[in-house]
Write a protein that binds this ligand. Structure first.
Ligand code: AHR
Length: 681
């Protein structure tokens, strides 16, 4: 058994070792590179893992997810809704994504059906959904329908056998009672994949629902959703919705294939709702959580900061249910009085309503049904409170040049701690007014920068504020990242893992991108999808490997003869002057051990263009088995990647390997990330 003292001593020794390895600061890069070159070129790298010591305890929440509405992450992404612009507020001047369908006579195009559609503010559904879609059918017959078509988010997915649920509110001008025909069909209307009928329209707003089952044998294609009539008349529509089957069959739920990708990552937490999406461009367009509650007919949606409008179908409760579905704990970010276009609310009485809003939000998440907001959550359909440990106050407040964050943080901190003393409060940048429990660091870099900084936290104080690496990514490849990015990510993750006594949580960003033209605002994302399919990038698989094969303690590694390569750092932003070249290691590693099972997970990242033999020694551990598992992610070229058309070009390959033991040599392929799973007693 290890004493804490021994652990600390060992950590100190380990840190000293890594400090000696701190090759990569601009100041000493060349000097270190020369000495490295002089001593390491010929020797085989050597890793000695000391199983008798614990360098750090691994945070059980080390790997999680970060999410916000960007790149059509929810609307047109995870959120199952298929109808785009369902409440007709996306554009005040036209019913965008809607078109009129008029089946003309085959022989005489002037004959057949005639009709028109328009936005109508004179027929609001309620105080929130104030714009309706009016359909005027002037000429129609059994052979010639008139209707409205929605083109969805880059098409409506047609999936054979899929049971879809359509719903809408409608009212008709007197004299028209229907029927209305609902179809999922090809874009030219020639092929119908599913059909349903709605009867008995009245001159009052009424909700209608129907089930549409896609024919067996239908091709996997995109089409459109049409509501049509064969009789003349006038109908208004609002909140027109179409859902495919969802994860766990949740009403208003999430897309199954994307949830499956997330579930496979086994994330410990979800940081939401942003990111910039929390802040909004302006104070009125922040994530105003109270407007994202209740039934959908009470949600107005809002303009997001990433150039499009959000339906807010993914509201606060849906975020929480997403957590529940994947066994993640919520990491709730509360709006803290600063928005992207530099609007801010100075600390003091004007900020107080926003502080109260955050307290109400925490009560909505955690309060039981005897509390005001806990009761509201129960009325919204979720009586059980959610467990909450971390609350983040704002997002990237270092961009608030007014300097107001210190005071704003203090005001939120005091109010939240007074009511919820056990909550851990995260600051988004350095503050001096209060001591935050956790500070959120963000890194967006290229692969060389990530590799060069993989030891960033090695010298971090072990007793100070904990770290949340709340956004990070190696940004190479588009729309999703390539293998080189995954190598940079993996190098960086070895550093986070090694320091996971201080790094309590980490999450990559952005999580999602819809790969259709025009959908992406931020390149190099983790998971890509179109209307029909989805895939994980090499970075996705790197994270999956790091999280799946993870022990509860970090074992110290003594390393020798680590090879290096020359690397050109990019020019500083706004300049063309290149900094001096640096030497980067080409080998990164970390070892953790599952102290109950005795399994050791050695992660080795080889960024070089050639296979790298490494001598590996395990000391202080009894009975290291000769047989183990190797899980390898690699490809021939660092720019290789996955895509919609090649979704699994680069995936981890797991094999049983022999020849392991207390001392062995193993070769790690060029451009590879490897987990060696070794069994000990
Ligand atoms: O992840 C994309 C954006 O990067 C986030 O919204 C923001 O927090 C950061 O600047």
């Amino acid at each position: 058994m290890m004493t804490e003292r021994l652990t600390k001593l060992f950590r100190t020794a380990l840190l000293a070792l890594w400090a000696a390895f701190s090759l990569f600061s601009a100041a000493n890069a060349q000097k270190v590179a020369d000495s490295q070159n002089a001593t390491t070129t010929a020797a085989v790298p050597h890793l000695e893992i000391d199983g008798s010591q614990i360098a750090a305890h691994v945070s059980p929440t080390l790997y999680g997810l970060m999410t916000e509405e960007i790149n059509y992450s929810y609307d047109g992404g995870l959120y199952g809704e298929l109808v785009r612009n369902r409440i007709f507020k996306d554009d005040a001047s036209a019913p965008v994504h809607w078109s009129v369908v008029q089946n003309k006579d085959d022989k005489d195009k002037d004959k057949g059906a005639a009709g028109a559609i328009a936005l109508d503010q004179a027929q609001p559904l309620n105080d929130v959904l104030t714009t309706s879609l009016r359909l005027d059918v002037t000429t129609a017959s059994d052979a010639h329908r008139v209707g409205v078509a929605n083109d969805g988010y880059w098409g409506i997915p047609v999936r054979a056998g899929g049971k879809y649920r359509a719903s809408f509110y409608a009212r008709a001008a007197s004299g028209f009672t229907g029927p209305l025909t609902l179809t999922i069909e090809s874009n030219d209307g020639a092929t119908t994949y599913a059909r349903a009928e709605i009867q008995h329209l009245t001159d009052k707003w009424q909700p209608y629902t129907a089930s549409l089952t896609i024919k067996k044998g239908a091709p996997l294609v995109t089409g459109r959703f049409v509501i049509s009539s064969k009789r003349p008349g006038r109908v208004w529509f609002n909140l027109v919705s179409l859902f495919p089957p969802t994860w766990h069959d949740r009403p208003n739920g999430n897309r199954v294939d994307i949830m499956k990708l997330l579930a496979d990552m086994k994330p410990a937490f979800l940081r939401f709702p942003g990111g910039n999406y929390l802040e909004g461009d302006t104070i009125p367009t922040r994530f105003d959580w109270k407007k994202t509650l209740h039934e959908l007919a009470q949600r107005p949606g809002h303009q997001g900061p990433w150039s499009y409008r959000s339906s807010d179908g993914m509201g606060l409760l849906e975020f929480l249910e997403w957590c529940e579905d994947l066994g993640m704990q919520p990491v709730l970010a509360v709006y803290a009085g600063y928005s992207l276009k530099k609007d801010f609310i100075a600390p003091g009485p004007n900020l107080q309503p926003f502080v109260q809003d955050a307290l109400d939000e925490i009560e909505y998440v955690t309060g039981d049904a005897s509390t005001t907001w806990g009761a509201q959550r129960a009325r919204d359909g979720h009586p059980a409170p959610f467990k909450l440990t971390y609350v983040e106050i704002g997002n990237e407040d270092e961009f608030d040049r007014s300097g107001s964050y210190d005071g704003r943080y203090a005001q939120f901190y005091d109010a939240i701690k007074a009511r919820y003393s056990s909550l851990q409060l995260i600051a988004t940048t350095k503050v001096t007014s209060r001591t935050p429990d956790v500070i959120d660091d963000h890194y967006y870099r290229n692969a060389g920068q990530m590799e060069g900084d993989a030891h960033h936290y090695d010298n971090q104080s072990r007793t100070g504020t904990k770290i949340f690496v709340g956004e990070w990514a190696t940004r190479e490849g588009s729309p999703t990242t390539n293998l080189n990015a995954a190598l940079g990510d993996a190098a960086w993750m070895t550093g986070m893992e090694r320091n996971s006594d201080v790094i309590v949580m980490s999450c990559y960003a952005p999580l999602f991108v819809n790969v259709n033209p025009g959908a992406m605002q931020w390149h190099s994302d983790l998971i890509g999808y179109d209307t029909l399919t989805s895939y994980g990038s090499p970075s996705y698989y790197a994270q999956q490997m790091f999280n799946t094969y993870l022990g509860d303690v970090v074992l110290p590694i003594h390393a020798e003869s680590i090879p290096t390569k020359e690397w050109q750092p990019p020019a500083r932003r706004g300049t063309e002057v290149l900094p001096p070249k640096q030497q980067l290691p080409t080998l990164f590693f970390n070892a953790t051990r599952d102290s109950k099972k005795g399994t050791v997970y050695l992660k080795v990242v080889n960024t070089a263009d050639a296979a790298q033999p490494v001598q590996i020694k395990l000391t202080g551990l009894a009975g290291v088995g000769a047989e183990g598992q190797s899980i390898v992610l690699t490809s021939a070229n660092p720019t290789d990647t996955n895509s919609i058309t090649e979704p699994t070009k680069i995936v981890p390959v797991r094999t049983t390997v022999t020849g392991l033991g207390a001392s062995f040599t193993r070769s790690f392929p060029a451009y590879s990330i490897t987990v060696l799973q070794l069994q000990t007693q």
